[in-house]
Every structure is written in structure tokens, then in C-alpha cells.
Design a protein around this ligand. Structure first.
Ligand code: UTP
Length: 293
């Protein structure tokens, strides 16, 4: 049985919640420490055994693909300056994945972004999906946890996280059977209203997708805002066969909003090998509550 070898990373959105910072820079390239957010996602996929990435971008977001491609001009400049370690660090980024870029001409939703990648993954029994808005922190890469569930159940897989009632309405929510941590998903409700959530298990941005999901996305008509939701594709696959959900171990840190990005920096930077000492020294110099007026 062939292993999953491709991840689809949708990055064609407008990043409006990160404006004005993302007016000219794609949200997915905002740095978290020394690396852009997108690199964390590609590294998670690589650590999960994935060798190929189909990156769905939007018009004007060419810089996303450029981050994973060799830059001969930069490389020869670093070489001439004797910056061998930095040069090797950059070359390691180029080797992270075999990249294919697909353009989503208009941001018509996550489901539309994913179905734009269908041609690039035709013939594969299953592929992973990863939203770069959330960085995973934990012992076993999250995509790896989903791939293990796929290898047992051979069907689409979603990542599930327990959410308090005050937050559950922001997510797609799974109705499930079984006792976990691997559940059988029986239905999905996108952004339920108060009291309408079928459980406290929210669908987070990691998936295993099969041809049944792509076929359902093709059948899905755009919703009220002209958008196609990925949830609709997975619900369509539910009509064809089982879908499982994994209540994963580890945590996802939101870098898709300015507020989440600030919280993520506070959480990750103290332990960063190069920036941790700088971060701690700066905090000490200014006092923990910030510089004096
Ligand atoms: P988000 O809704 O978080 O991203 O989608 P966004 O649309 O860029 O952000 P806001 O809401 O305007 O602030 C999650 C992921 O799906 C991608 C985004 O780029 C992001 O990585 N996406 C979203 C697409 O690729 N295409 C779309 O049409 C929508």
C-alpha cells in the first residue's frame, strides 16, 4: 500500500484579519521568530513523512513559492562573504519539499482552494491538507497522527480539538460516535449557532483527504458569500463511507490573526535557541510590563 506523499497547503486567502501588516506581504510569510509561518507547516509535513507540497496561492502571492526555491544571487553573495552556515540553512529550506504552486484566481473559500489542487494530486489514494494559520507544538507531528489513523481506517481523517462553548461557534463541529481518541464522525456542522453544536469537538486545520472529498467539492455549489467550504466536501464524503476524527495530542498555536500571532511569539520565543536569550534580556531590561513611559 502506497504511503501518503503529498500535502496540500491552501494559502490563497486575503489575510484580512492581519491587515494592515498583510497589505503587500502574504500572511503566511509573517515571521514567527526566524522563520515564516508557512515554513513551520512545511516542516511539520516533512517530519510526518511527506515529500511533496502543492501550495495554493493567490494572485500577487508569488513570494510564498519563492521562499522554498533556490535563489542563486543570494547564494553567491553569501558564498562571497563566507557566510557558510547561513548558506547551508537556506539550502536546507530548498530541500524541505518538492513544491508545486497552483493559483486560486479568487479567494472563493477553503473548499475552492483545495479543489484547485485536485489536478495536481490526481491518482493519489489520499493526500494531506494543512492550514498554515496554526503552528503545531507537540511530540508527534499532527499530520503524522492523522496519517496513522488513515493507515488503520483508509478513509478521510480530520483533526479534532475539544473547545469551550464560548469558542465552539467559530469552527466546524463534528458529531461523533465512539470513545476516542479516534472517533467515527457522523456529521459536521459549520459554525453552529448557540446551543446547536453537536459536540465540543472542533475540526482544526489538518486533514487526510481522499478522492471522495474532491468529488464532493466538485458537486458543491458556493454558499451565500460565494464561497465553497471544505466542510461541505468532507460531509459529501460521509455519504460515501466512513470519516474518522482524531482528538490529537499536542497543541495548535494560531498565527492567522494579529492577536494570535502575539500570543504565539510570547509562547515560543523564550525557548528559541537564537532569539530566546534576546527576548529574555529585553524583557528584563524593560521590566515585564513593558518600558517605562
Ligand atoms: P482563513 O480564513 O484563515 O484565511 O483561511 P484568510 O481568508 O486569508 O484570512 P482572513 O479571514 O481574511 O483574515 C485559512 C487558510 O485557507 C486559505 C488561507 O490562505 C489560509 O491559509 N484560504 C482561504 C485559501 O487558500 N483560499 C480561500 O479562498 C480562503
Amino acid at each position: 500500500m502506497a504511503a501518503i506523499e503529498t500535502v496540500i497547503i491552501p494559502a490563497g486567502g486575503l489575510g484580512t484579519r492581519f491587515l494592515p501588516a498583510t497589505k503587500a506581504i502574504p500572511k503566511e510569510l509573517i515571521p514567527v521568530g526566524d522563520r515564516p509561518a508557512l515554513q513551520f507547516g512545511v516542516e511539520e509535513a516533512r517530519a510526518s513523512g511527506i515529500r511533496r507540497t502543492v501550495l495554493v496561492t493567490g494572485p500577487g502571492k508569488e513570494a510564498l513559492g519563492a521562499h522554498f526555491a533556490p535563489d542563486p544571487r543570494l547564494e553567491s553573495a553569501l558564498d562571497a562573504r563566507g557566510q557558510a552556515a547561513l548558506l547551508e540553512e537556506l539550502r536546507a529550506i530548498d530541500r524541505l519539499t518538492e513544491l508545486q504552486v497552483v493559483v486560486q484566481p479568487e479567494p472563493l473559500g477553503l473548499g475552492d482552494a483545495v479543489r484547485r489542487a485536485a489536478g495536481a494530486v490526481a491518482g493519489e489514494a489520499a493526500v494531506c491538507g494543512l492550514l498554515p494559520d496554526d503552528l503545531f507544538v507537540g511530540a508527534i507531528p499532527l499530520l503524522r497522527q492523522l496519517i496513522l489513523a488513515y493507515e488503520r481506517h483508509r478513509c478521510p481523517v480530520v483533526a479534532l480539538r475539544r473547545c469551550p462553548p464560548s469558542e465552539i461557534g467559530r469552527y466546524g463541529v463534528a458529531a461523533v460516535s465512539g470513545s476516542g481518541p479516534i472517533f467515527r464522525v457522523t456529521d459536521l456542522v459549520e459554525k453552529p449557532g448557540p446551543g446547536e453544536a453537536p459536540s465540543d469537538l472542533a475540526v482544526m486545520g489538518r486533514y487526510v483527504l481522499t478522492p471522495a472529498v474532491f468529488a464532493a467539492l466538485e458537486r458543491t455549489a458556493p454558499g451565500a458569500l460565494g464561497e465553497v467550504q471544505l466542510t461541505d466536501g468532507i460531509r459529501g464524503a460521509l455519504e460515501e463511507g466512513p470519516v474518522v476524527g482524531v482528538e490529537y495530542s499536542g497543541r495548535l498555536l494560531d498565527v492567522g490573526t494579529l492577536e494570535g500571532w502575539v500570543r504565539t511569539l510570547v509562547e515560543l520565543l523564550p525557548d528559541h535557541p537564537r532569539l530566546g536569550p534576546v527576548w529574555r534580556a529585553a524583557l528584563a531590561a524593560h521590566g515585564r510590563s513593558g518600558p517605562a513611559a
